[in-house]
Design a binder for this molecule. Sequence first.
Ligand code: SAM
Length: 257
Amino acid sequence: MVDAYLDFIEKINRKIGLDLSQYKRPQMERRITSLMKSCDCHNFNEYFVLLEKDKNQLNRFINHLTINVSEFYRNPAQWQVLQEKILPELLSKSPNLKIWSAGCSTGDEPYTVAMILSEIAPRGNHQIIAADLDQEVLRKAQEGIYHIKSVAGLPPQYVNKYFTRDGDAVQIVDTLKKMIKFKAHNLLKDPFESNVDLLICRNVVIYFTEEAKTALYRKFHQALKPHGILFIGSTEQIFQPQEIGFKSAAMFFYQKI
Ligand SMILES: C[S@@+](CC[C@H](N)C(=O)[O-])C[C@H]1O[C@@H](n2cnc3c(N)ncnc32)[C@H](O)[C@@H]1O
């Protein structure tokens, strides 16, 4: 008997190049089913027909599946480790850093790193690449306009210095925007960056299967410079990092050996 879910995700992969077989099935299936029901579709076939003919529904589908929650300075203790230990060590080897924020969502993460670098190494000629597969969040990231609530976790001096305020909205200043190059990139199929000093990939692989996750960490290892650092999310951990060629540099930070 045909597995309707597998059939659906195969058609989705052919249509938009997103291979959902590499994401954990229970979470994805639950999300897709709830979305499907909200459109009054009764099965995956009906839902695919709708996605074929209605671009808005397709965008809604991509947006819902990619789970874009982000935050400036998410998990502050880890950003402090980055600022006080990891970045100074990287900067002692190279004054100009190449940083890749993979799965950057609405830009909160690359903007946070840009603020920190502006504070601790303002004269460096740094390159920050911020990428995500979801075009909609990239558009928002490039616009750089957020609700005031989303900067609540940032140190107040950063808010004053790196945003302008307009009512309940705050906008990233141009100097910071210019430090970041945003681009569309699918971690499961597009070519990777190389010679990266710091690779930030947080709260992205939580939705991937174990195999997809391990394969990704191996590719991240290749993308990094020797001694480069991978910064992962607060619920994530690499078991046996030495098997991939990493050693722990601090909690949630792994260094390429
Ligand atoms: C929960 S957000 C994490 C945002 C940010 N890194 C953070 O921790 O605040 C996950 C992001 O991963 C992106 N994503 C999911 N699968 C991806 C893939 N295959 N390639 C690139 N980005 C992906 C989603 O579009 C989403 O914006």
